[in-house]
Design a protein around this ligand. Structure first.
Ligand SMILES: [Mn+2]
Length: 467
């Protein structure tokens, strides 16, 4: 799919201040196709094999002498198609953007500047949001953050640690991994790094591959707050991904090539990866040797040293886990395998032998993030007990791992205390409802018994919380 925006000037909004110094030189408000035909560059449309827009696109682009269209002969997927586009490019700098991107004012010079300072640098713009319904443009929410990953290799974002914060927040900052595939790179350096591993299929894992590679093999990677590019996040994927395990296979390929002994942390969480074939990775290993790349341990200690604080390779032990039984009613908290928005309710405890059906979910883990998740310690689901006020129900919500309204404390008086709302989990046994209430340690409906408790860990939590 290709989206071509015409005659549209994006409001800079809050970022105008960052841009004002150089605006005049590079801004062409009269240019109708600013998104594509911007500076002195040749634009290459690397197309997935597609009959879509065939002549239409060629006719349209024939007006623009700087545009070249390159097509693959068969469907190659994002990674190999990008490599094809890069292979015919002649400019000094390659910039990869998705087709569903629209660049903002003055997006390119801040990227080029960083490459000019060190040509072994990969630079990423900040990705703003273009609404997929009405194409409205909005700055990305929240502060700038570093790219990270958990040990199932899901992309994550973590706050910039104070050590890396710049006095001017518009200055570029180091990022361990890129968000997706929007970046600029010196063309020669890109090929010195071997481009993308051509053995990766369709898409998936390539952002980790290129990120690990640039850091470990003598380069750097920066996110550049002054460079803004809008991106359409879509609700569903409008094409068919070949069935099979290309994402898993790609991730394993990247892990086996670059992550050394750290790959084991992935396999512990994804045992099904152990038996996947990566295909032949000897040329990738050879490249790593040839470039004298540092090892992944170096990457984790020098570049991504803050990731384990949020996503530790070895999960620290939980404070308590198992069923959570209410003292007054002798009933258990049950989340019924629900997802976001599910209200927790009381039900007969499965351990008591009553109606053991699959609909029950009564095992929970109160873990090191001080949140409570369904599941046993090593296999928790990614939903957390969440509450918003002193009287609201307790619901499951996607875990954010940032404490706040998912932060709980299990106290000596057996109450489940919620510091943010200064209230306790209470229940109505007759209606089987669970809700927040003003703490009353004498009320047995507010007393809960966790099946297993690690007192040492629990005390640490409580000392830390001063409760
Ligand atoms: Mn995209």
């Amino acid at each position: 799919m290709m989206v071509i925006f015409q005659n549209r000037i994006i409001p800079d909004g809050e970022h105008t201040a960052f841009l004002s110094n150089t605006n005049k030189i590079f801004q062409y408000p009269s240019e109708p196709l600013r998104s594509f035909l911007y500076l002195l560059y040749i634009y290459i449309f690397y197309m997935y094999f597609s009959e879509h827009l065939k002549e239409k696109l060629e006719d349209y682009m024939s007006y623009y002498s700087k545009v070249r269209i390159v097509r693959t002969k068969k469907r190659e997927g994002l990674i190999r198609t990008r490599l094809l586009g890069a292979s015919v490019a002649k400019g000094e700098v390659l910039t990869f953007l998705d087709s569903h991107c629209e660049v903002n004012v003055n997006w390119l010079p801040p990227l080029l500047n960083q490459i000019a300072l060190n040509h072994k640098t990969i630079v990423c713009p900040m990705i703003d949001v273009i609404d997929h319904n009405h194409f409205g443009y909005e700055a990305q929410a929240g502060d700038a953050m570093r790219g990270a990953f958990d040990w199932e290799m899901y992309y994550k974002r973590i706050p910039i640690p104070p050590e890396l914060q710049r006095t001017d927040p518009s200055d570029p900052f180091e990022s361990p991994v890129m968000a997706g595939g929007l970046f600029a790179v010196d063309r020669k350096w890109f090929w010195e790094l071997g481009g993308y591993d051509p053995g990766l299929e369709i898409w998936g894992g390539e952002q980790y591959e290129i990120s690990f590679k640039v850091w470990m093999c003598g380069g750097e990677m920066y996110d550049v707050p002054c460079s803004r590019v809008g991106h359409i996040y879509r609700k569903y994927v409008p094409y068919k991904v070949p069935t099979g395990t290309s994402l898993a296979r790609n991730l394993k390929r990247v892990a086996e090539t670059w992550m050394d002994e750290f790959a084991e942390y992935i396999y512990q969480r994804r045992p099904e990866y152990r038996h996947l074939s990566t295909g032949d990775i000897s040329s990738q290993k050879e490249l790593r040797k040839h470039l004298k790349c540092k090892d992944f341990k170096w990457f984790m200690s020098e570049v991504a040293w803050d990731i384990p604080k949020f996503y530790p390779p070895v999960e620290p032990p939980p404070a308590s886990w198992g069923e959570i039984r209410n003292v007054a009613s002798n009933l258990c908290i049950d989340s019924k395998h629900g997802a976001t928005g599910t209200e927790l309710r009381l039900d007969n405890c499965v351990k008591d032998g009553t109606e053991r059906t699959w609909s029950h979910e009564q095992l929970f883990t109160f873990g090191w993030r001080q949140d409570i998740r369904p599941g046993e310690p090593l296999h928790t689901r990614k939903f957390c007990f969440d509450s918003i006020s002193q009287s609201s129900p307790v619901t499951l919500y996607d875990c954010h791992g940032m404490k706040g309204n998912q932060h709980w404390s299990y106290r000596k008086d057996k109450t489940l205390f919620h510091p943010v709302s200064n209230s306790c989990v209470d229940c109505n046994p007759a209606e089987k409802k669970i809700f927040m209430n003003r703490c009353d340690p004498l009320s047995e409906t507010q007393q809960w018994i966790f099946e297993h408790i690690n007192m040492t860990i629990l005390q640490k939590f409580n000392i830390y919380n001063n409760s």
